[in-house]
Ligand binder design. Sequence first.
Ligand code: ADP
Length: 492
Amino acid sequence: MMTQNYIGGEWIAASEAAPDINPSNTNDVVGEFARAGKAEAERAIAAAYDAFPAWSRSSIQGRHDSLKMIGDEIIARKEELGRLLSREEGKTLPEGIGEVVRAGQIFQFFAGECLRMAGEKVPSVRPLVDVEITREPVGVIGLITPWNFPIAIPAWKIAPALAYGNTVVFKPAELVPASAHALSEIISRSGIPAGVFNLVMGKGSVVGEAMLQSPKVSAISFTGSVPTGRRVAQTCISTDPMKKIQLEMGGKNPMIVLDDADLGVAVDCALNGAFFSTGQRCTASSRLIVTGGIHDRFVDALTERMKGLVIDDALKAGTHIGPVVDQNQLDQDLRYIRIGQEEGAKLVTGGELLNRDNPGFYLSPALFTEVDNNMRIAREEIFGPVATVTRVRDYDEALEIANDTPFGLSAGICTTSLKHASHFKRSAEAGMVMVNLPTAGVDYHVPFGGRKGSSYGPREQGRYAQEFYTTVKTAYTFDGNGPYVPKTKSSE
Ligand code: ADP
């Protein structure tokens, strides 16, 4: 069954399969999963295209019930699904379970949104004309997702797509097919008609590309790297008709620590924001920007806490940080650690390969100090457990450096000063701002997304998701009755 894709309401065997490897123990094969070709992708797109007219007009009660059922089952099975997720992706079991619960909550949220769709009726500037503004589904939506949140990111794309009446072709990342398969299996039993939701596991360059090229796909929501995102955008506007696009890409998120910060809070924020989930979050606090008066105390305290972290098998009780996701990502992390040293930054702790009971991609979290913001380790997204500390004079310099980046996803500040916190909320060039909180860790009922090189197109999540997953219609009506003249006594 796992070597099958879900297309047009049926589980269909794929021409090829590939192993899903546990990064905590590379001898452990989670399973063999389908690798679809172009023909299977096109079949799924056709199924979604054919299912669209009926689904787009389906009862909101039915959509609500299906999404609610999906959300409830995900949450009821959180331990099992969380374990599967941690086993294939490498985040710790509590993180895996937490992500599964989040995915369930997202489906429950959008179940409610099905019943809250509304339009506007406004007067026209012309007499006797009414104007109605409504939202309609977009069509077939292609969803292309990354490996770092194997169930939450698919959930926050699939749930709104279905809630607002679109049909879906879902292509998960190659590294995490098990979570995608488990989620799709739950969706397949939720009462949603055949063809409305399709899973096609396979390569981005094959399945993803087929979705980008197809004239039957109306929109693409993508989360992944900047180069792939750019390619997605370019292809989507070169097709006829052009596609609607939503891109979530990288981050190089600053977290400022001011002299007046609560040191405990700042260290907690940095530790969690930079290194939890093995630093493999687009919202990771990878650039710590610290004023002179607290710099040394902050670095000492953070280093101390880092040395106490347990880096081990994701499924082991007590593990704080699991392995890096695969050899490619590990190579990239090590390459950047070397680059940082060559650039003259000081590696205070970590950055070493670790041996554990089983062979896996274990790396100790790395902290660099003496980092100039122009260094590559401060400008390029590493996507691993590597953080930099840049020393600054004062808040003004901290703000300037925080904003001096090609990205703009999340930005944080640790301070007890209302003045600086307020100024930073107004001035940070980022889609999300955090005060005395890590840059990572967001709610699911409010918008998610960034600016500059981090994001393109409308926000994801919460009610704002409708900007991407619906299209607006403005309808004008003249009822043909002519002006109303009330009858008067004299005319009788
Ligand atoms: P990551 O570094 O997270 O793997 P990618 O941007 O390479 O980032 O991958 C994100 C998603 O985009 C994955 O599902 C991947 O398969 C897909 N993808 C990669 N290349 C393409 C492509 N040329 N067209 C469409 N999707 C692609």
